[in-house]
Design a protein around this ligand. Structure first.
Ligand SMILES: [Zn+2]
Length: 347
């Protein structure tokens, strides 16, 4: 079947223009996980099945009505909006338009595929109607193509969240969705021979940093590099003091240490691990007020970082560190911070 597919990310932008995280579970945001799953689904449909497939709302730049408005034509013949469920259940379910037999086929195939991939309950293909007997979800009711809404797993059920909180899990979920869509469309996976002919990857010109903050009782999602546009651009939650930090690089090593409020500088951490206290800077539950970072074995590069104090804005960027003056660390003595940004720069 020819025709175009659109994989749509649910949430991201609220009607008023602010950030809409969707459901939140254990510090994870529905939008942030859904968009990665959607990205992998699109990539798989294009690369493995040669399908024409677009990805919509990855950056959270379209609120629901804007997404619907773009999908009122038959430019696409099939759309799937990706969500995570909430409310304390378990398993996967997929909604379709109550008058669309094709939609039902897609919904059944996707639910079965995710359920099998993760070994979780298949809650099945479902219809949800509003009080006037129309389809409840706008993305299904008010758009032109065959549409489904995929509730991949429950974000607020730990065993479900486990499946999709890592990049590998998000990829597996995206592929499960893509495989199901391809099956309904009669697409078969293209030979992988062309893939192996790809030239060797060129060395990265930039170095990416990934980092994560601990506040309350949870590690928050990993952040890659930074931006000044949305909450993907920093680690932390406004108003909640950070008590531990982990960071790693795409190449080379980053070293960092934290000073607790009213306390002391703790040992330097090199890179990170997720197993013990050598794997992060800080002490879980003790507010950090100062932070130092530097790179190891990366001539020509420097780390820059800055923090925002609780109740305040971002302080100036700090490059590397020194032990001489207040340019040598991020933060203000005695003031906890709630947001952190890190970037690697060429010098
Ligand atoms: Zn949702």
């Amino acid at each position: 079947m020819a025709g175009r597919i659109c994989i749509v990310v649910g949430h991201g932008k609220s009607e008023s223009g602010g950030y809409d995280s969707g459901a939140v579970g254990f510090g994870y945001h529905e939008f942030k996980i859904a968009r990665e799953i959607a990205k992998f689904a699109q990539a798989e449909l294009k690369s493995a099945y040669g399908a024409q497939c677009d990805l919509m709302n990855y950056n959270g730049d379209l609120y629901l009505q804007e997404r619907i408005n773009k999908l009122k034509t038959d430019y696409y013949d099939f759309i799937a909006e990706i969500h995570l469920n909430a409310g304390g259940g378990t398993g996967t379910e997929v909604y379709y338009c109550h008058t669309d037999a094709t939609g039902k086929k897609y919904a059944e195939a996707i639910a079965e595929s995710i359920s099998e991939r993760f070994g979780i309950r298949n809650r099945g293909a479902k219809v949800r109607l509003n009080a006037s007997g129309k389809d409840f979800f706008g993305i299904i009711r008010a758009t032109k193509p065959t549409a489904v809404l995929v509730e991949t797993v429950f974000i607020d059920t730990e065993t479900d969240l486990e499946k999709v909180k890592t990049e590998a899990g998000q990829k597996a979920c995206g592929q499960a969705i893509a495989d199901a869509i391809a099956r309904v469309r009669g697409l078969t996976a293209e030979s992988t021979e062309t893939a192996s002919e790809e030239v060797a990857p060129t060395p990265a010109k930039t170095i990416d940093v990934e980092y994560q903050a601990y506040c309350g009782k949870n590690w928050l999602p990993w952040v890659e590099n930074y931006n000044e546009k949305n909450s993907d651009g920093y680690a932390g939650v406004t108003g909640k003091a950070i008590t531990a930090i982990r960071a790693g690089l795409s190449k080379g090593k980053i070293k960092y240490r934290a000073h607790t409020k009213g306390g002391k500088w703790y040992a330097w951490i090199s890179d990170y691990n997720t197993k013990n206290t050598n794997g992060y800077a800080g002490v879980l539950g003790k507010e950090i007020d100062m932070l130092q970072m530097t790179l190891e074995g990366l001539p020509g590069y420097a780390v820059e970082y800055r923090v925002a104090t609780v109740g305040g804005g971002f302080l100036p960027w700090v490059r590397d560190y020194n032990t001489k003056n207040s340019d040598g660390y991020a933060g203000i003595t005695g003031k906890p911070f709630d947001r952190l940004q890190i970037r690697i720069v060429k010098i």
